[in-house]
Ligand binder design. Structure first.
Ligand code: SF4
Length: 297
């Protein structure tokens, strides 16, 4: 079988173009630029440290997939994103994971780094769709056609918006076109109706995450201006301060420190100046190893 045929789309795995990298790998025979051929899972559990509307009461039922189409050098989950960890499973076996998370009382089921495994997720969700909000938590480097294929199953989009400047995205991600791609993806995601329950649990909509990086407050402000103009009240902005040096940062000495209180306060004040009301801010103590899960596989 060389294709995953679903009612929501057709993905040719022998010449994969499921994500914007469009590397054309034959995933029936080997790995693509994302580092995986099929579907691997490194961990699933109730995550207590997402935004309050996502982790809510018992926790977000996060599923961490192996591999990534961005593979940022500073990734805090680098053991997983570089595909060194993870257990290979089938889409049907993934539905057992959904059921276990439901039994554990998860407030939602959240796919972490799903852009390169959308074909397998569509297949799993056609077999079994959990009776919980489904969260799509990506690096923002998503292809609109693939999002269209999975959109009917997704309730909440939780993408990053990492860099506005093509020079910065080229330097840190090796992707000069990062913002051009992410902008189209975010505008598509912003069409999801925003539904927040009275008790603060998110049922549907968009939360854009932006991680403030060392020496990048000017770039953060450009992202905030874009968000204010193009998303505004149609979604939420989550301004994150938790950057901690991990992975391969020796090539980037400026990244070998956390974000200062002043850098984060500057960006937060600018969000308030722009009148961004749907805003999650993060305490500056919210950094370090407590955000790094211990991997199961
Ligand atoms: S999902 Fe992986 S194999 Fe497919 S185009 Fe993207 S990087 Fe290549």
């Amino acid at each position: 079988m060389g294709k995953i045929l679903s009612k929501s789309g057709l993905f040719a795995l022998q010449n994969c173009t499921a994500c914007p990298v469009e590397c054309g790998a034959d995933r029936m025979k080997g790995v693509g630029a994302c580092g995986v051929d099929g579907l691997t899972v490194a961990k699933y559990y109730l995550h207590p440290f997402e935004e309050p509307c996502i982790s809510f009461d018992k926790g977000s039922g996060t599923v961490f997939f192996g591999g990534c189409n961005l593979r940022c050098p500073y990734c805090q989950n680098y053991e997983v994103s570089r595909a060194q960890r993870g257990k290979k499973i089938t889409p049907r076996e993934l539905t057992d994971v959904f059921k276990r998370l439901e039994d554990m009382g998860a407030d939602n089921v959240s796919f972490v780094t799903p852009s390169h495994v959308i074909p397998y997720l569509c297949e799993a969700l056609e077999i079994y769709r959990p009776a919980l909000p489904i969260v799509y938590n990506s690096g923002g480097y998503d292809k609109v056609e693939s999002l269209q294929a999975i959109d009917e199953y997704i309730d909440i989009y939780l993408p990053d918006c990492k860099f506005y400047s093509s020079a910065l995205s080229k330097r840190y991600l090796g992707k000069e076109d990062y913002f051009d791609v992410a902008e189209k993806a975010l505008l598509f995601m912003a069409q999801k109706p925003l539904k927040m329950r009275e008790d603060g649990k998110m049922l549907s909509g968009l939360v854009v995450r932006h991680l403030v990086m060392p020496l990048c407050t000017g770039d953060s402000k450009a992202i905030l201006r874009w968000f204010s103009k193009n998303v505004g009240d149609k979604g939420y902005l989550s301004l994150m301060s938790q950057y901690t040096p991990f992975g391969d940062v020796e090539k980037f000495p400026e990244l070998n420190r956390g974000v200062t209180a002043r850098e984060y306060a500057t960006v937060l004040a600018y969000a308030e100046e722009l009148g961004i009301g749907n805003l999650f801010a993060q305490e500056r103590t919210s950094k370090g190893e407590k955000y790094i899960p211990s991997w199961d596989f």
